[in-house]
Design a protein around this ligand. Structure first.
Ligand SMILES: NC(=O)c1ccc[n+]([C@@H]2O[C@H](COP(=O)([O-])OP(=O)(O)OC[C@H]3O[C@@H](n4cnc5c(N)ncnc54)[C@H](OP(=O)(O)O)[C@@H]3O)[C@@H](O)[C@H]2O)c1
Length: 304
């Protein structure tokens, strides 16, 4: 690879935008495409070029992809490769299935294009705070080639092996995310019904051995009921479904994941789909006969 590879970026949704912004700020030679062009345009101020069409990105050395589902990934990659030009390396960061990822690898291998599966942990705010992490799989040489670019986006990039192994790691991670947020909703409502304000309960929990970066950065939402979307209920349901599909394939019982998946489904069925997935707290409170009010207490998210 040249010292400064030409980079293409597909998808500037909540995650893709902030990831591409870090690449641009890091000085990468970046050409960005998003289906809704207006969402990509502010990246021009950071030095990125905005492509009018997706196939323009095919002449770049490396192309990142961050869209939503496997169906969307397939759609954009087919369009990317619809002309004669092609990149040398595709780095796919969306949370997709093992099967979808393997299909993508086969499709790219036929054209002689290297492929790194590189899903991530962290939301848009975590990216801005410089705390995102990648989990990667594919040829080790592709990982080594990608690493300088990954490091412009995130401080941590773990290589877990060949093929689609990164996908199962990310799926396991997000099943854990679902189960943890539901459990956090249950115990926070229990503590409140017994008389403990949410901010006081979570302050203790966050400083205990059970506290984590995740419980800390979700605390402002749970205390002050700010449910501006970081991750939608639909995307979380997709990941629980990916986990349960994999559990069937590998014959692993996952009773907690199954129950959590249906609680997320209930939330979506009740129309709670436009706000952050932390609205599981609201559903839990309603099921407990509790009307939640913002506590209007300043609490830290532990990120900055
Ligand atoms: N949010 C998180 O906290 C988080 C954390 C880790 C991983 N993830 C994963 O990261 C991925 C992106 O999540 P997000 O929260 O950034 O989602 P998002 O805000 O909904 O963004 C989705 C992006 O995909 C594009 N897109 C979707 N379908 C498309 C299609 N058929 N053709 C072309 N473009 C398409 C959208 O384009 P438009 O702008 O035109 O709609 C947008 O750029 C998902 O796989 C998610 O599971 C999310």
């Amino acid at each position: 690879m040249r010292t400064a590879p030409g980079v293409g970026w597909i998808g500037t949704g909540r995650m893709g935008y902030e990831m591409a912004a870090r690449l641009a700020k890091g000085g990468a030679d970046l050409l960005v495409w998003n289906r809704t062009r207006a969402k990509a345009e502010p990246l021009a101020k950071l030095g990125a070029k905005i492509a009018a069409t997706l196939p323009e990105l095919a002449s770049r050395d490396v192309v990142f992809c961050m869209v939503a589902t496997w169906k969307d990934v397939k759609h954009v990659v087919d369009e990317l490769l619809s002309g004669k030009a092609q990149p040398r390396l595709v780095i796919e960061c969306s949370s997709i299935s093992l099967e979808g990822s393997a299909e993508l690898r086969a499709l790219l291998a036929k054209r002689g294009i290297d492929y790194l599966a590189a899903p991530v942990s962290g939301n848009a705010k975590v990216i801005k705070a410089g705390k995102l992490s990648f989990v990667c799989s594919g040829p080790k040489a592709a990982f080594d080639e990608a690493l300088p670019l990954l490091k412009l986006i995130a401080p941590a990039a773990s290589y877990v092996g060949e093929g689609e192994l990164a996908r199962i790691v990310k799926i396991c991670h997000n099943v854990f995310l679902g189960v943890v947020i539901q459990s956090l909703a249950e115990i926070t409502v229990l503590a409140q019904k017994a008389g403990v304000p949410r901010h006081a309960f979570l302050e203790f929990l966050n400083q205990s051995v059970m506290g984590s970066a995740f419980t800390r950065y979700k605390t402002p939402a749970l205390v002050n009921l700010d449910f501006k979307v970081t991750f939608t209920p639909e995307l979380l349901r997709k990941d629980m479904d990916l986990g349960l599909d994999a559990a069937r394939r590998f014959e692993v019982p996952m009773p907690l994941a199954a129950a959590t998946r249906d609680l997320i489904q209930s939330m979506i069925g009740r129309g709670m789909r436009e706000e952050d997935f932390a609205t599981l707290l609201v559903q839990q409170a309603e099921a407990s006969g509790l009307q939640l009010q913002p506590e209007n207490v300043e609490v830290k998210d532990g990120l900055f």
